[in-house]
Design a protein around this ligand. Structure first.
Ligand SMILES: Cc1cc2nc3c(=O)[nH]c(=O)nc-3n(C[C@H](O)[C@H](O)[C@H](O)COP(=O)(O)O)c2cc1C
Length: 281
């Protein structure tokens, strides 16, 4: 397999925390590893070269994905690798014209897959009542997400870029038809994989301060408003550096949940899933 030089990692806990949180006070962390360098350096890539991926990339990424934990090892997920440019173009259109899907050479469609379990049960002559419950769908979606994130980390360690495509759920029925998904299989999201365009590097997007996310022993929201106000400022700086419009993170969040219209078709997801055979009891 062709090897890649991964993008420079941040290489120390202080640098990693500073990059991820833009914090002036860094926790006194002595624990560190090369994997943590990679994890803290994550950045979604939306600008790609059209170049093919090195031989073996797909197999390595799927192996990494399958190395993730799986609820009871039931492995209720599958992945469809789409390389065909015409199909990628159709998927790009279904995802709101996200051009990175058409440009990068590969999109992996992670699906919650109860159909394999149904086939196994049929071969064993057993009923399949358990497939009808919301929790079983959730297990498939969770397994798919955990697998995908392992693939993301693997890709980034090889110097490749990725972007999740949740927007494929906007028109999930057409996506399922495009992929010829059988009953009891539902797209969870896509994952574009490609070589990042070095002319348009992605930046590390800051995250909420840990004080807004980490609750010790019991939940508490004291100090949250101040933490989020500080984060809005850091978010402005990031947007500015990336040449993106000035936005408050908190205003974006509030707008996104203000109306079902922002779900862009996903407000009908439960109906679509039932049509796919998930009873979601
Ligand atoms: C489940 C999921 C779906 C996403 N869907 C999209 C998408 O459709 N298009 C896109 O450009 N980014 C998408 N993203 C990427 C997020 O916007 C991105 O992860 C977030 O802004 C944080 O930025 P970062 O990954 O660079 O840290 C998605 C991320 C996740 C986890």
């Amino acid at each position: 397999m062709t090897t890649h030089v991964p993008p420079p990692a941040v290489q120390s806990p202080a640098a990693a925390f500073a990059a991820r949180y833009r914090a002036t006070t860094i926790p006194p962390v002595d624990l560190w590893s090369p994997v943590l360098d990679r994890v803290f350096a994550h950045a979604t890539v939306r600008n790609y070269l059209p170049d093919p991926l090195p031989d073996g990339t797909l197999e390595v990424l799927v192996g990494a994905a399958q190395s993730a934990a799986s609820s009871s090892n039931l492995q209720l997920w599958s992945v469809i690798a789409v390389e065909d440019p015409a199909r990628r173009a159709r998927l790009a259109a279904l995802a709101g014209n996200q051009q990175h899907i058409a440009v990068a050479p590969l999109i992996l469609l992670f699906v919650a897959d109860l159909s394999r379990a149904a086939r196994v049960a049929t071969r064993h002559g057993r009923p399949q009542e358990g497939l009808d419950y919301l929790d079983t769908f959730l297990v498939g979606a969770l397994d798919a997400a955990l697998a995908a994130q392992n693939a993301v980390l693997a890709a980034e360690s090889l110097g490749l870029g990725t972007v999740y495509i949740g927007a494929l759920r906007n028109r999930i029925t057409e996506v399922a038809a495009e992929l010829k998904l059988p009953s009891h299989v539902a797209p969870v999201f896509g994952l574009v994989v490609g070589r990042p365009d070095p002319q348009k590097p992605a930046g590390i997007k800051p995250r909420l301060p840990q004080s807004a996310v980490l609750h010790r022993e019991t939940y508490g929201a004291d100090g949250e408003a101040e933490a989020i106000a500080a984060y809005d400022e850091q978010f402005h700086a990031f947007q500015n550096e990336q040449g993106l419009p000035r936005q408050d993170w908190s205003s974006v969040l509030a707008a996104r949940i203000a109306s079902a219209a922002f779900l862009n078709g996903r407000e009908r997801l439960a109906d679509a899933l039932r049509a796919f055979g998930f009873a979601l009891k």
